[in-house]
Design a protein around this ligand. Structure first.
Ligand SMILES: Nc1ncnc2c1ncn2[C@@H]1O[C@H](COP(=O)(O)OP(=O)(O)OP(=O)(O)O)[C@@H](O)[C@H]1O
Ligand SMILES: [Mg+2]
Length: 370
């Protein structure tokens, strides 16, 4: 094969597209991205086509330019292709059918649960089968992200009434875990290490990710099993990121799945033999899956915006001098509070020293607005 003659299209041009494009370029492939904004992050490394991934007409035109297509975001309009345009449907990994199922969080949970994976009890809103006590968790079916589609409801009058939502039992979480699963076109798979997501409960945001997760061996095995079974529920090739709750003993519950590379897998770039981004490229073009083996313990922190306007990065010089620290700046043209502007991976001989370095890094690097 000559990779230069093979064009990989990415629906969306954000940071996931950018990192996918870098991996594709490394292997010599041509990369195109479809995004409505004039200069999205991926336009730094791929041929950028301006258009809307929520518009089937734009996707149709874009698909003519690509041999295969992958996702930066699952909120894409692929309903038409699933129904009637098989030649376009065939180009997309994961399949349009799977995108439709996964982008509705109620439907994805129903499918995974019917496949025998344990989840918190859940129901439609208003509930038709289950009875819930307060607090109960109410979630947007479509379009929620970074916790923005999730509400802990303490009384009847707090329910969201004007959006399409569903309900979930509130569970006491011991640790939040995540696992990336890669499945190729033949159904071969690899399962990545278990990631521990540490939250800042006061600010209600993800503080940092730790790999390997500090959990007992049997919990690790349960998490990997839940992740694999969840991903296999959709019978499609692709990269699947599975978020889970460890609630004690060795009980691990499925929370949600994304049909694409994910923030919880960014660490794989430096810390694994094959990154989640190279893996989706390999799957898309039909190359064999790479080893997901962990090379080193690590911690990953997100760089979230603190100001508004043109971004200005503080403290980079100081943290770049630290061995094992790897900085990723996505290149977004505007910053606003809590926007994901980049991430930093810290490798070290053990998790505890990596966490210590991560705390220092976090205190030094700021993304402000000018
Ligand atoms: N059933 C539940 N019981 C208790 N806490 C929950 C439950 N569901 C979600 N949460 C909490 O809310 C957070 C966000 O929920 P979820 O992951 O479903 O939504 P999200 O909008 O996709 O968030 P993100 O994009 O950050 O992953 C979870 O990480 C967890 O801390
Ligand atoms: Mg989540």
């Amino acid at each position: 094969m000559n990779p230069r003659n093979f064009r990989i299209g990415i629906l969306g041009g954000g940071q996931l597209a950018k990192m996918t494009a870098i991996s594709a370029r490394k292997l010599g492939f041509e990369v195109l991205t479809l995004d409505p904004s004039p200069e999205p992050p991926a336009s730094q490394v791929a041929k950028h086509i301006r258009g809307d991934f929520r518009n089937p007409h734009d996707i149709r035109k874009f698909s003519d330019m690509c041999d295969v297509m992958v996702l930066d975001i699952e909120n894409v309009s692929v309903e038409d292709f699933y129904a009637s345009e098989e030649h376009i449907a065939k180009k997309l990994i994961p399949s349009p059918e799977v995108v439709i199922k996964i982008k509705d969080k109620f439907l994805q949970k129903k499918i995974v649960s019917e496949n025998g994976v344990p989840t918190p009890r859940f129901d439609t809103f208003p509930p038709s089968k289950e009875k819930f006590d307060f607090p109960v968790v109410q979630k947007l079916r479509i379009g929620g992200y970074d916790g923005r589609g999730v509400k802990i409801v303490n009384s009847e009058k707090e329910f969201i009434l004007d959006r399409h939502t569903y309900l979930e039992e509130f569970v006491n979480i011991k640790k939040e875990l995540a696992v990336i699963v890669a499945i190729d076109r033949r159904g071969n798979y690899v399962v990545y290490p278990v990631v521990e997501m540490v939250f800042d409960r006061k600010a209600n945001i993800l503080d940092y990710l730790v790999v390997p997760a500090r959990i007992p061996k049997d919990v690790e095995e349960s998490a990997k099993k839940v992740a694999l079974k969840s991903a296999q529920s959709f019978s499609s090739p692709g990269i699947f990121a599975v978020e889970m709750f460890w609630i004690g003993n060795n009980t691990v519950l499925f929370n949600e799945i994304a049909p694409r590379p994910h923030n919880s897998g960014h660490y794989t770039i430096e810390a694994c033999y094959t990154s989640q981004f190279e893996q989706i490229v390999r799957i898309a073009v039909g190359l064999p899956l790479g080893s997901p083996e962990l090379i080193s313990p690590c911690v990953m922190i997100n760089l979230l915006g603190e100001g508004e306007g043109e971004p200005y990065y503080e403290g980079l010089e100081e943290v770049l001098a630290i061995p094992g620290v790897s900085v990723h700046i996505y290149g977004k043209s505007k910053v606003f509070p809590f926007r994901k502007m980049g991430h930093i991976t810290i490798l070290d001989k053990d998790v505890e020293s990596a966490i210590e370095k991560a705390r220092f890094v976090k205190s030094k690097v700021k993304v402000k607005g000018k």
